[in-house]
Design a protein around this ligand. Sequence first.
Ligand code: PHE
Ligand code: FE
Length: 288
Amino acid sequence: MGVHDPVIDEQTPASDFTIEQRWDRYTTEEHAVWDTLYARQISILKNRAVDEFHHGLGLLDLGSGGIPDLSDINPKLKALTGWEVVMVPHLVPDDVFFDHLANRRFPSGRFIRKRSQLDYLEEPDIFHDIFGHVPMLTLPVFADYMQAYGKGGQRAQTMGRLKELARLYWYTVEFGLIQQAEGLRIYGAGIVSSAGETPFCLESDSPNRIRFDLERVMRTDYKIDDFQQVYFVIDSFDQLLDVTQQDFTALYERLGTDMTRFGLTDIIDADEVYHHGDQAYAQAAAAR
Ligand code: PHE
Ligand code: FE
């Protein structure tokens, strides 16, 4: 595990894997790391993240200084969309994760990265989980999508299609872009919590940017250890909720009988391409 957190170690998780935040136990340095990350992201997310994200930050007062106390943000979030944030020690098993989402509980890590790891860490920390994910949970349509995803996860598990459903999460909740009247904007939590990927995903010539298509996304690999080579762009949050409201049974059966899968740089005839990337970044990274 990446970061040692004694306040995690001293607790025995409940059966749903939750622990207490014990906010008083964060150190001055841990709060300062949050403030550094917060200030850095805010300065680059203007006109890059969707307005809904900035609005959510304000509604929850996430920039008031230091790591947020769940007892401050949960009453606000609950009143807005019925969601709350719960703390978990590390990544939780899939079924536990889905059960939390299906019940409008977002599981967040307690620990925060060290100052030496500001740019990269292997595990989601509280900055990624709260700064990245929670503002979007103030938006009713997105709040509904996340709950539907949790319920869908439970179904996908019984149908053996978890891998495909995980790709939907990856390319929307974590790395999603949206085409708005003002231009292309970020809503994915994995991007908004990353100083490098925030400008990269919108402005670099390297990655592909392709209009979102549910089945295409479910057939596409992803990589977890570097900037994405392809982003999928939704038209609106209503569209995202609409296309995922349909029963996936027929889609899952198709994914099981037609094993066509796409690589990270593939462009197919059916794609509506916003930007055909030159993959220069990925090639340079591979040569290193
Ligand atoms: N509609 C999906 C199903 O039938 C559930 C789902 C909703 C999955 C939203 C992802 C996102 O399984
Ligand atoms: Fe995440």
